[in-house]
Ligand binder design. Structure first.
Ligand SMILES: C=C(O[C@@H]1C=C(C(=O)O)C=C[C@H]1O)C(=O)O
Length: 292
């Protein structure tokens, strides 16, 4: 009786003593619902995340679906098309990690049966939101055309579409048989030559701006740095997974794409945000809030 009373008392005192610490640990281990883009181009951002952020519960999907899941608060944070960052004042961009290209991106391509200034129907990859908007902006601003826009559903054969032009992104643009159309335009190269700026496709976005995201932002930057130090391993694994050559994967990750935002990327995002607002794709005067 005495022992048990003593035990109870000790346990009570102990739990008082450790209440704060136990609470802090429970807060720590509350899973962070993280959405990762399923494509090769996101692997450098995600590769080291399980070890640096063991409480992250990472799910993978195509960019447009991640954007919908983030908007529905089914995810806490996700790599989403950059255009999404302008959609809500509830969104914050975490870290300077991104998916961007300063010339040819290789995986974001418009295939067309006519020269771009003659495009009247455009099918956009259902996985995309940034490149879908950039295509329409470039066609309007640079080529003076406003095509009727349809969707290329996920999994559909692009050759089955009866459209003047087709935008494809991601692994599908690199692995599926390319539509046999005579005009092939790399969207990032088009944007870069028109603006003199890189094209930022995707960023880490979280909702709940009142939360302190700085720790997570620093982890995302560190995960990117570790990923960049492991591009050789990442390219080797991706080549096996996707049935592509190692050289193609390695050059894609080291030469075609880059993963850090600096002043030029921010300038490009500002311009993109203004143009996207001009065409009604996002609300006017949207400003990005970046947490590093
Ligand atoms: C370079 C790419 O970037 C992607 C393009 C996106 C878009 O167009 O919305 C979104 C996320 C990125 O993963 C690609 O998928 O080929």
């Amino acid at each position: 009786m005495f022992i048990s009373e003593g035990f109870t008392e000790t346990a009570g005192t102990m739990s008082e003593l450790y209440r704060e610490e136990i609470q802090a640990r429970q807060d720590d281990v509350e899973p962070l619902r993280v959405g990762g883009v399923v494509y090769l181009n996101a692997r450098p951002l995600i590769w080291a995340l399980p070890s640096l952020c063991p409480w992250a519960r990472i799910s993978f999907d195509v960019p447009s679906r991640l954007a919908s899941q983030l908007a529905a608060k089914e995810l806490d944070v996700a790599i989403v098309p950059a255009i999404e960052a302008f959609r809500s004042s509830d969104y914050v961009v975490l870290s300077d990690a991104c998916i961007a290209a300063a010339d040819f991106a290789r995986s974001v391509v418009i295939f067309s049966r006519v020269p771009l200034e003659k495009v009247r129907t455009l099918a956009v990859d259902a996985a995309s939101r940034t490149s879908a908007a950039v295509s329409r902006i470039l066609l309007a601003e640079k080529y003076g055309v406003f095509p009727e826009v349809r969707e290329l559903p996920l999994g559909d054969d692009p050759a089955s579409l009866d459209c003047d032009a087709i935008l494809m992104i991601g692994d599908r643009a690199m692995t599926v048989k390319r539509p046999p159309l005579p005009h092939v335009h790399d969207l990032a190269a088009e944007w870069c030559s028109w603006t003199g700026l890189p094209l930022v496709f995707a960023v880490w976005v979280a909702h709940s701006p009142e939360r302190d995201w700085s720790h997570v932002a620093r982890i995302f930057a560190a995960a990117r740095d570790r990923g960049l130090a492991a591009l050789d391993i990442i390219a080797r694994k991706a080549a096996a997974d996707l049935g592509l050559s190692y050289t193609l994967c390695y050059e894609y990750l080291t030469r075609d794409l880059h993963f850090t935002m600096g002043p030029k990327e921010h300038e490009s995002l500002d311009l993109f945000g203004r143009l996207a607002a001009k065409y009604g794709f996002v609300p006017a005067n949207g400003r990005l809030r970046v947490i590093n």
